[in-house]
Write a protein of this length. Structure first.
Length: 416
């Protein structure tokens, strides 16, 4: 391995490129579909890294991720041919899988194996997300400016501050700050982000208990970790449900809770896309329905499951097959081989989360928050624009955690 590769592998590609890539995440332009400023920046930086010899050796699991993303690209093209997709949709489907390769390799080059680079890019992404509502406000921004505007960026800034405290060995303060971020999001109605922040605090606490006992992680410790995480998750849901129903979070949140939550519980209520997507997968499990597949049957089924009367269904209802999930979106549009990328991501994600518990050197609020946010997005968020950037960043974090935990490419140890 030459000197340039060694430096890049251990230190990443420097702080300035990482800052640039993160800060422009709130910008998006229309090319082949809409792409973010972060993707445009990496589109320029990645070829420069190859030419200058700064691209690290692409080892596992990054190599496997890139190969599976290329498989996704190929099978999406085949699915589009079989389903006779429109040319514009075919181009957007190919661009989405291609952007995944770009983002994974790009963030891998920026980060190397340096935890400091992870924190830098995370902070820059937080600042970029704060600017995003000013540049490209969501259609839902006026109705809920916290959830669809400033909430993500502000929460990531708080987590960044917790990360600084954690590095300074102020670990109790870091955990309290994560809990505070969770409480703030609960008060402002951003339930998923509240849960992610609170679970980040819980995993940090588990790492303080188990991570000091060496690298070995016994089955008993693993079982205890799973049990605590399950109890913690259920506890967060129960606390929120009680606070919302009794009006502790305000009358607006109480009314929203009563309107949205049914017998399926907090987690699944209002997520009718999931059963609709499963039915679409059952119809075409192997090759899928094609990029941006439209089917009036599934669009109407979504409205029915959401409680909309057939008599009140608008004439101009969008007929895209609803998924609202990284995993189900890939499976519905490209088939099982497209979804294979996300199944592999789930596998390395679970291992990475356990690594942060049993290896305290890898426990960090920024890392854990990013991994949990990815877990939520794979199941419950569409794979587009800033979600695409944040998810690929978290995928590279998971891969980095595994490489560092197994001692590969460690060189002089974990780069803080």
């Amino acid at each position: 391995m030459n000197g340039a590769h060694r430096r890049t592998q251990h230190y990443g590609w420097g702080l300035v490129p990482g800052l640039v890539v993160g800060l422009v995440v709130g910008i998006d332009v229309e090319l082949v579909g809409r792409i973010t400023g972060s993707e445009l920046a990496l589109l320029l930086l990645l070829p420069a890294a190859v030419v200058t010899g700064r691209l690290p050796p692409v080892t596992s699991p990054i190599r496997t991720l890139v190969l599976l993303a290329l498989v996704w690209l190929a099978v999406q093209f085949i699915s589009d041919l079989v389903n006779d997709s429109e040319i514009d949709n075919m181009a957007r489907g190919a661009a989405r899988a291609g952007a995944t390769v770009l983002l994974v390799l790009g963030f891998f080059t920026l980060i190397g194996d340096r935890l400091r680079s992870i924190r830098t890019v995370f902070l820059a992404l937080a600042l970029g997300l704060l600017v995003s509502p000013l540049l490209n406000p969501s259609d839902y921004f006026e109705g809920d400016p916290w959830k669809f505007g400033y909430g993500g960026g502000v929460t990531m800034l708080v987590i960044s501050a917790a990360g600084i405290l954690w590095v300074m060995e102020q670990r109790s303060a870091a955990i309290l700050l994560c809990l505070g971020a969770g409480g703030l999001n609960l008060l402002l109605g951003f339930r998923s982000l509240a849960g992610i922040a609170i679970m980040t605090a819980l995993i940090l606490l588990l790492s303080m208990v188990f991570g000091r006992r060496g690298r070995a992680f016994s089955p008993i410790q693993m079982g205890a970790t799973l049990l605590v995480l399950m109890i913690g998750s259920l506890g967060v849901i129960e606390v929120y449900s009680h606070a919302a129903q009794t009006g502790l979070l305000g009358e607006w949140e109480r009314e929203k809770f009563l309107a949205q939550v049914d017998e399926r519980g907090v987690l699944l209520s209002g997520r009718a896309e999931f059963p609709v997507a499963f039915e679409a997968v059952r119809e075409k499990p192997l090759l899928g329905h094609g990029s941006w597949a439209a089917n009036e049957h599934y669009a109407i089924l979504l409205l029915e499951l959401s409680g909309v009367s057939l008599d009140n269904i608008p004439v101009d209802v969008p007929d895209l097959i609803p998924t609202h999930s990284h995993l189900m979106g890939a499976w519905v549009e490209g088939g099982i081989l497209a979804a294979l990328f996300w199944f592999y991501v789930v596998a390395i994600l679970v291992r990475a989360i356990f690594s942060t518990v049993h290896n305290i050197r890898l426990a960090d609020p920024v890392i854990i928050f990013s991994l949990l946010n990815l877990a939520w997005a794979i199941l419950f968020s569409p794979y587009g624009l800033t979600n695409r950037v944040l998810s690929c960043f978290a995928i590279v974090i998971a891969a980095t955690v595994l490489r560092l935990d197994t001692g590969r490419d460690a060189g002089g140890g974990i780069g803080r």
